[in-house]
Design a protein around this ligand. Structure first.
Ligand code: PHE
Length: 344
């Protein structure tokens, strides 16, 4: 029974080898080694002819059984290796969809710009259209047509940057009133946000700052409309409880004219350094469009009336965020600017 012993030994050895196989390549070469044309099992089967019939039958049967077992084990091993390869692959490609995204720093809106946008949106919601004018402006639009003739002392009120081509850097957004009225006929309802320039620099004045102009022209526009609209706007920005006061004033392009004060946001009206002890802070100038301005743009001042207002955006941003020095708004210090991230 030599053959039987060797065949059984072969079986044990082969099954052990299959057990130890790690890769598909190893498995394939092992399959050839055992079951291939020149494989060990074939060799044994070939030598069967030399055996006596009784033994031949038994060994033949045994060899076939072993063949089946080996084939089955090879198949199982192949599947196990494939499964573990797949698992490894899936593990490597795993995506955790609950993981928060990495932080993308998108910066922040500058407090002056977000104030400007917010104020504009309030007036847009009331039906005002946004109008723009150039920062390099005709002297005529900036002064003359706004009822500020050449020898008028009001020209000195606004320290002007004159350019050598007879133009100037606009000192206020009021020339956009002129442009709007030259361009279209009443009813006109516009706001004009933008940069303006004056030779002025101290803790509360910057040589460049932002204004928003407002102009409403129609039949029967009254001072009461002006008050109502400005009150609505101020309450939107500073809250319903803010005290508001209209104080008589003078502008060449409006008659009557007023300045609007709000209760000091710093001391709450008791008097402090910011409001210079008065309890009030001026936030804008306004009035009814002067008939001379209507004459300059050929609008019938008998038929139409209008109001105009102009406000300083930095001023409002400073009161709102309690900033005491305007210059910090223009320093581009990121530590300062980023405080306003998400505030609107
Ligand atoms: N233009 C004026 C200024 O800059 C403000 C203003 C605008 C006043 C419109 C009345 C009407 O001070």
């Amino acid at each position: 029974m030599e053959v039987k012993d060797s065949i059984l030994a072969l079986k044990e050895g082969v099954l052990k080898k299959i057990e130890d196989v790690k890769t598909l390549d190893e498995l394939n070469s092992l399959r050839v080694e055992i079951l291939g044309k020149k494989g060990k099992l074939k060799e044994i089967l070939k030598s069967l002819g030399k055996l006596p019939p009784e033994e031949r039958k038994e060994i033949g049967k045994l060899a076939n059984e072993i063949k089946e077992i080996v084939e089955k084990r090879l198949k199982e091993k192949e599947e196990a290796i494939k499964r573990s390869l797949l698992e490894k692959k899936l593990q490597g490609e795993k995506i955790d969809i609950t993981l928060p995204p990495s932080w993308i720093d998108v910066g922040a809106s500058h407090p002056v710009i977000s104030t400007l946008v917010e104020i504009s949106e309030i007036f847009i919601a009331m039906g005002f259209a946004v109008e723009e004018g150039p920062e390099v402006e005709y002297e005529e639009y900036n002064f003359d047509m706004l009822n500020i003739p050449k020898d008028h002392p009001a020209r000195d009120m606004q320290d002007t940057f004159f350019l050598n081509n007879g133009m100037l850097l606009r000192t206020h957004t009021s020339p956009v009133q002129i442009r709007a009225m030259l361009k279209r006929k009443p009813p006109i309802a516009i706001i004009a946000p933008g940069r303006v320039y004056r030779k002025d620099a101290d803790p509360t004045h910057s040589p460049m700052f932002h204004q928003i102009e407002g102009l409403l022209v129609d039949t029967d526009v009254t001072f009461r409309d002006l008050k109502g609209i400005l009150k609505l706007f101020i309450e939107h920005v500073f809250g319903k409880d803010i005290p508001i006061r209209f104080r008589p004033s003078y502008f060449p392009f409006t008659e009557p004219s007023a300045e609007v004060d709000i209760g000091c946001t710093v001391c709450g009206g008791t008097g402090c350094r910011v409001c210079k002890g008065t309890g009030w802070l001026e936030i804008l100038g306004c009035g009814m469009v002067d008939p001379n301005v209507f004459r300059a743009v050929n609008i019938d001042h008998e038929k139409y009336t209008g109001f105009a207002f102009g406000l300083g955006v930095e001023r409002i941003a400073m009161l709102r965020y309690r900033i005491s020095d305007i210059r910090i708004l223009f320093e581009n210090n990121m530590n300062f600017n980023l405080q306003f991230k998400g505030i609107r």
